[in-house]
Ligand binder design. Structure first.
Ligand code: NAD
Ligand code: SER
Length: 333
């Protein structure tokens, strides 16, 4: 990569992960060197934190113009339709997740781009072991989202071996964060519960109390992406499919940990169709390959994450005095 082409493009930048990844990339690599892109306008503070363009990842020609004009050398490709939204419109999920990724891979091949692309625990399915899922295992997901992620992992591997594209990625668990609400996944309850606890003191959870899923706090998720991208290529035996883990807990354990800080908090459990998706995913993940090949270590467990989430959201909502009174639970997207 020459000095001319060291700029970073982040697709899907206005989503849950982009909202926090873009500022961290700007802090590290310079505000003007990180171009955020999405099909929707950014909110503050992302909007005024650096350059932004509207860009649809299904439009390859438009992306090519963007890459040339802005001299892009690296892409963090986050644009996607997540698991719950994907079930509402499987055609769109396939087009955005698979065709969008193929566009980026083709452009990576043509322009010599480096690429980060997140896969997901959604690659696993009912036939995958539930505990300590190994790196190499059965990948037979039952959601269209999971199918697009398996296809994506295979495509990325193919582009690495066939065309030498330096594409890296990992299987994120459910990501918990304070700055943007999640965009339509099955693990969204683990974020919504905090907003509801701080704003209203109660939450109705859409999975059963005993539902255990792998989760990760956003600072760890962002550090994982950047550390993987900064690892020397020679260290990596895998490319776009690293298992990574941080913590696993049941929805009931999460509610109980929040209650330790907010004793009046009430959580009820009314499973909806997302329960079936949660039941198809594993409970715990073996991330030995990520630890051994590029030194992955999580920093947040359940206790530390809950403490940090409640502190941040209490500060945020304290700055919005009408929120508690209105308490309508509207999203930030
Ligand atoms: P999100 O739904 O919050 O954000 C996705 C963004 O993509 C949105 O801002 C949306 O406007 C944008 N987008 C949708 N279609 C687009 C298109 N055609 N062109 C350009 N942009 C488009 O998702 P996220 O949680 O930020 O996830 C980012 C990536 O991480 C995805 O690949 C997702 O599968 C993966 N991931 C996320 C989680 C999680 O818990 N958040 C877990 C595992 C993997
Ligand atoms: N958090 C994501 C989802 O629930 C997992 O990829 O869809």
């Amino acid at each position: 990569m020459t000095e001319e082409t060291t700029k970073i493009l982040v697709t899907g930048a206005c989503g849950q992960i982009g909202t926090e990844l873009v500022p961290e990339l700007r802090r590290r690599y310079g505000r003007e060197n990180v171009l955020a892109a999405d099909i929707r306008e950014p909110r503050e503070p992302l909007a005024s934190s650096g350059p932004f363009v509207l860009a649809d990842v299904t439009d390859r020609a438009g992306l090519a113009r963007l890459i040339e004009r802005h001299k892009i050398g690296t892409v963090y490709h986050l644009a996607a339709i997540l698991s719950a939204k994907g079930e509402q419109d499987p055609q769109r999920a396939w087009i955005v997740n698979v065709e969008g990724l193929r566009n980026i891979l083709e452009l990576a091949r043509a322009y010599g781009l480096r690429l980060f692309w997140p896969s997901s625990i959604a690659v696993f399915g009912p036939a995958t072991p539930k505990e300590n899922v190994p790196q190499e295992t059965i990948l037979c997901p039952t959601t269209i989202y999971g199918i697009t992620k398996v296809a994506g992992e295979l495509l990325c591997d193919y582009y690495f071996h066939r065309f030498g594209v330096d594409v890296r990625g990992l299987r994120y668990p459910g990501i918990i964060s304070s700055e943007a609400l999640p965009g339509g996944g099955t693990t969204d309850y683990a974020v919504e519960i905090f907003h509801a606890a701080v704003k209203e003191g109660r939450y109705t959870c859409f999975v059963r109390e005993d539902t255990v899923l792998p989760m990760m706090f956003m600072p760890d998720a962002i550090r994982a992406a950047i550390e993987l991208m900064e690892a020397p290529l020679a260290w990596l035996k895998h490319h776009a499919n690293y298992n990574i883990a941080a913590m696993s807990f049941s929805a009931g354990e999460l509610a109980a940990e929040i209650k330790r800080h907010i004793p009046e908090f009430i959580c009820e459990f009314e499973p909806d169709p997302r329960q079936a998706i949660a039941d198809s995913w594993p409970r715990t993940i073996d991330d030995t390959a990520a630890r051994e090949e590029w030194g992955w270590r999580p920093r947040y467990d359940l206790k530390a994450m809950v403490e940090a989430m409640l502190k941040r959201l209490s500060e945020r909502y304290a700055l919005m005095p009408r929120v508690r009174a209105e308490a309508r639970g509207e999203g930030e997207h």
